[in-house]
Design a protein around this ligand. Sequence first.
Ligand code: AMP
Length: 400
Amino acid sequence: MNALNKKTVEDIDVKGKKCLVRCDFNVPVKDGVITDDKRIREAMKTIRYLVDHGAKVILCSHMGKPKGEFNEKYSLKPVAKRISELLGKEVYMCKDVIGEDAKSHAAALNDGDVMLLENTRFHAGEEKNDPEYSKELASMAEIFVNDAFGTAHRAHASTAGVTAYLPAVCGYLIQKEIEIMGKALEAPERPFVAILGGAKIADKLNVINNLLEKCDTLVIGGGMAFTFLKAMGYEIGKSLVDDTKIEYCKDMMKKAEANGKKLLLPIDTAIAASFPDPIDAEIDVSYVDSDKIPANMEGLDIGPKTCALFADAIKSAKTVIWNGPMGVFENPTLAKGTIEVAKAVAESECVSIIGGGDSAAAVEQLGFADKMTHISTGGGASLEFLEGLELPGIAALNDK
Ligand code: AMP
């Protein structure tokens, strides 16, 4: 899939038109204050374009999981305030989503005005992709613009459903995400190194399979590596493992070999007697080679030799895609592997693409964000994209 095949805001005349713009404003809020506004900042290019071109802008988004009913905790009010600050003009915050307040304000918008509907998930129809709900949303507008990359893998009423009732185009953020990741998958500068980590191998089966066809080197760390290590016949102690995926790992190792791809696994491991509880508790760790994990110990991070091995592969890469931490990075003692990989990617000259979620958070926290080519705004969405799946929120848009 390639957003270039989809119409964008530049392909239609938006002047004087009411544009329903689906963004991903699912940002963390604590005590009414947004703690990370990256997703809002990333949406501003499309919003500014529409305002500058005289559109009547009706923004919408979900936030959190309010379970289909109004809940003040998940109100988008702080988001309206932040957009207003960034835009330097008032953004009207609606009291409802498809109610009287939203509809009357939408009807009265002047060219260049901006309003924000309440949380689309305040109605159960959102996640059910209920056509009646989509129709109500669409009834307020003349054009639909989807710029919610973080939600593009979900066929919901405000992401895919509305496209049945309005001309539908994508915004700049979706365009950027798909172009950068699409190019990396389809025509990467080589060597292309893909790095996967995180806890569960079951979540990443198709990503491993797809990336093994595209990349030159696949690097696997984090909890998911232990199923591979066990498949190699290693004793992995109490480390995280999915015994139902041993055969799968063997197949993937064979596939890598048959296709001349390098598959790098941890050669040493940080081990501890048990998983830290609470997760950031002080913990005693030691480092052993990956084939020498004692039966009563658990592997919780990659070790220094592995960091060097992975960094070496990253150094010579021209393209890197990274999704998932190398260890239990929430704990300072077990964050070393993730930090070292982040550093190596930041220092490399390569095109670097960070899948959303934990690896994006790690890169931002460590202060490496501006050293990366692209940090995706969508964890789940970028993962599904890397699997080679069609994202329903994008597939539903009008072709060029
Ligand atoms: P995921 O949601 O699959 O991306 O996994 C992210 C989680 O994986 C983080 O919360 C990490 O703490 C966890 N994780 C990474 N490495 C390990 C490991 N070796 N053992 C257990 N959990 C891990």
